[in-house]
Design a protein around this ligand. Structure first.
Ligand SMILES: [Zn+2]
Length: 71
């Protein structure tokens, strides 16, 4: 099966600082994008705890540049 990938190229630019990237939205793997779970006939659906009912998740990637100090 084909997979679409996202790539972050690490490159310091100007003054080093913290950087953050947000991925594209992806289908929640826990609820398969439904956002809710069936909890029984006549019962209300349960909101997915991972995507909070949205059916999608995003990844927040933080890059923290540091001086290269010997340990
Ligand atoms: Zn979910």
């Amino acid at each position: 099966m084909s997979k679409k990938r996202e790539m972050i190229i690490l490159e310091p630019d100007g003054r080093i600082r913290k950087e953050a990237f947000c991925s594209r939205p992806m289908t929640c793997p826990y609820c398969n994008g439904r956002g809710q779970f069936f909890s029984g006939i006549g019962l209300p659906e349960i909101e997915c705890p991972d995507c909070e009912g949205t059916g999608e998740v995003i990844a927040l990637v933080t890059i923290d540049w540091k001086p290269n100090k010997e340990p």
